[in-house]
Design a protein around this ligand. Structure first.
Ligand code: G3P
Length: 225
């Protein structure tokens, strides 16, 4: 499963790219607006920080298919081919996905709440679909099951669209979509710090240090070889 970072915060992206195995950045209008910066400058800076190789997701803000498609084309022209255009899976969105697919532009169908929406977006040519796990959970439904059903249906119907599960609020949701075969998960900065951390790992490291120091003091291997 690929890890994406769901943020537009430059400082966090710089730090996270250094430490973690991240394969791209996802944003949406809410995430961009939170930074309260000039749009083009912000996206350019994100692209500079992550380089050309990582996938950058930018969502359109228009509502009509033709406008969404035009916006998507302009975004790719400005910020590079390795930019994935996020399109909400509305009726107009589906039409926009078809248009962008015909121009070989990568699209993530977003704001997905049902497996049927994902299936239709995949048939329209989406590269990724983004089911909103926690928002589905909050509707007294089961976001992880929806992800599992989408993964199963894509396999069943031989669709090459990938699932990028999104909208997580706890670690268990991320573990679950990994178990269910999601191709990617996009996680916000607060949760990212928690998905790998474990107090027993820290305790094990402390014990190693203590045992080592009893025999070798403060010496470390790089200075002993
Ligand atoms: O990537 C989609 C995601 O940003 C939605 O997450 O936390 O606003 O439900 P959230």
């Amino acid at each position: 499963m690929k890890y994406f970072l769901d943020t537009a915060n430059i400082e966090y992206i710089k730090y996270a790219i250094d430490y973690f195995p991240i394969e791209g950045i996802t944003t949406n209008p809410t995430i961009i607006a939170k930074e309260n910066r000039e749009f083009v400058d912000l996206i350019k800076e994100i692209r500079e920080v992550i380089g050309e190789a990582l996938l950058l997701h930018i969502q359109v803000v228009s509502n009509k298919a033709e406008d969404m498609a035009e916006e998507g084309m302009k975004i790719v022209e400005k910020f590079g081919k390795n930019t994935c255009i996020k399109i909400p899976v509305t009726k107009e969105g589906l039409k926009a996905i078809k248009i962008l697919n015909s121009k070989e532009i990568k699209v993530t169908a977003t704001a997905i709440f049902t497996a049927q929406q994902a299936l239709m977006a995949a048939k329209a040519g989406a590269t990724y679909v983004a089911p909103y796990v926690n928002r589905i959970d909050n509707l007294s439904s089961d976001g992880c099951s929806v992800v599992g059903n989408i993964v199963k249906q894509f396999k069943e119907y031989n669709l090459k669209t990938n699932v990028i599960a999104a909208s997580f609020k706890n670690v268990q949701q991320v573990h679950s979509v990994a178990n269910l075969g999601a191709h990617a998960a996009t996680v916000n900065s607060e949760l990212f710090e928690k998905i790998f951390a474990h107090p027993f790992t820290d305790a094990s490291v402390e014990q190693f240090e203590e045992d080592w120091k009893k025999v070798y003091g403060d010496k470390v291997i790089k200075d002993m070889i």
